[in-house]
Design a protein around this ligand. Sequence first.
Ligand SMILES: Cc1cc2nc3c(=O)[nH]c(=O)nc-3n(C[C@H](O)[C@H](O)[C@H](O)COP(=O)(O)OP(=O)(O)OC[C@H]3O[C@@H](n4cnc5c(N)ncnc54)[C@H](O)[C@@H]3O)c2cc1C
Ligand code: SF4
Length: 500
Amino acid sequence: MSSKVKRIIYVSHDQLNAEYGGLAKADKKSDLVLFVESARMIKGRKWHAHRLHFIISSAKHFSAELKEKGFTVEYLKAENTAAGIEEIKKKYKISEVIAAQPSSFRLLNALSKLNVKFVENDFFLTPRALFHSWAVEQKSFKMETFYRKQRVRLNLLMKGDKPIGDKWNHDADNQLPPPKNYSWPKYLKHEFDQIDEAVWLELKSLDLIGGKPSGDFATTRQGALKQLSHFLKYSFAEFGPYEDAIALDSWSLHHSLLSPYLNNGLLHPSEVIAAAIKVFNKEKIPISSCEGFIRQIIGWREYVNGMYWFLGEKYKNVNHFSANRKLLPLFSDPDKTEMNCVKSTIDDIHKRAWVHHIPRLMILSNLALMTEINPQEFFEWMREVFIDATDWVMVPNIIGMGLYADGGVMMTKPYAAGGAYISRMSNYCKPCKFDPKLRSGDNACPFTTLYWDFMDRNKDEFVKNHRMSQQVFGLKRLKDLPETRKRAQEILELLSAGKV
Ligand SMILES: Cc1cc2nc3c(=O)[nH]c(=O)nc-3n(C[C@H](O)[C@H](O)[C@H](O)COP(=O)(O)OP(=O)(O)OC[C@H]3O[C@@H](n4cnc5c(N)ncnc54)[C@H](O)[C@@H]3O)c2cc1C
Ligand code: SF4
């Protein structure tokens, strides 16, 4: 046992970076770096294999790199994080443990009980206190207001005090449907190495979703950097226009696929931003694409993290619509539905534990919202199947944005939509047995039927919301409202039975 060790630096599996957090001021001579792989993280739930593999293999690669650099490293398997830390404290007879502020309330509570000393969590661009000072001054927590402040504070895409391109937001130029006869960029494949193989050997006997990862995501910083360069070279210029499109012939379109690495520390948002701005300044990248991408990182990502901490631990349990339907069978088995959009989305998730923001919001969450699935059950399912799932990002996105389970604390209206939206933004509907234009009858698109029924069920509340009242008035024009209501009841029963 090394008697030189004086301090333990605990590194969680989502803070894998030697330049930030607890490791930023680490001393090789006197610090021990500790990783704990808790049984809780692996057992007891039907996780997606790609998610578990990504999380564990990334941490194992990172711990091996630290060892190579001369650090004393312990990578420990334990019942839970606290038990792992206690074990190492005893083994080395040291009491001082430091860590970066954790990214979830659960870990914060667990580490606080052990008197761990926290350093600032600098894996984000906005300190929690700074976000808090913004939020307490707001009447409504509009992401756009926060984002503009970020642009000025971080001096990004600014000309003096004006936005470059004369507009803060280029959404109007974006949001195009998938183009016809278009060549989508090629994918970057990441090769398995020995560590990846060894992690897979340990995982493969567990009852998990999905098989062996097929190289869509890297598990090292070098791989993450390659993905960043690949995105900037092949996708950045067209990121904006097709940001919201869904295409049958491309699973990632022009999206960056960077969320897993940003969320586990392999990439820092500041380097992603710096690299993007460098390319924007050197090459002909349209402002609508550059602004769209920068907004995701300095706006949405920072905003949801800020809101997670600002809204507090109990926010996760809200249930505005008292929604209590059980999770639909189609979420775990794509063969339980004939809805082409949902089937393809679940198929894609099974293949690689990732789909982009529109299927997450306008297909999965939209369906859960309008069928009144219990928000917490839906949340737990999303957590199990996405490679980039973490509490801080999912609570605001799912509970607040996707399900409107907070009754409008975060969003000004629910993101509910019928088949017309999916039909416009994707090419799912043509081969589907349902018709997105129909509300009633056997061929009616379930999204369209459920949309009008959802409006009808909640009309007393929505009519008071100026962003919803038009749709509520639209109900009066529906000649087939009684049939739509009846069909909605049938659809809900069929969905629960896995038969639609
Ligand atoms: C219902 C719902 C659930 C979501 N769950 C997750 C999740 O579990 N983990 C996760 O990382 N993201 C989540 N998101 C946000 C977003 O869908 C993903 O970050 C994105 O699809 C990841 O793919 P990408 O890296 O190619 O993103 P790009 O489209 O290329 O965007 C670039 C980056 O911007 C950030 N970003 C974009 N939108 C958001 C957002 N709404 N919130 C936070 N960051 C954002 C991400 O870091 C992303 O990597 C969710 C969004 C919704 C609507
Ligand atoms: S018709 Fe409806 S169910 Fe079918 S793909 Fe389109 S939106 Fe989905």
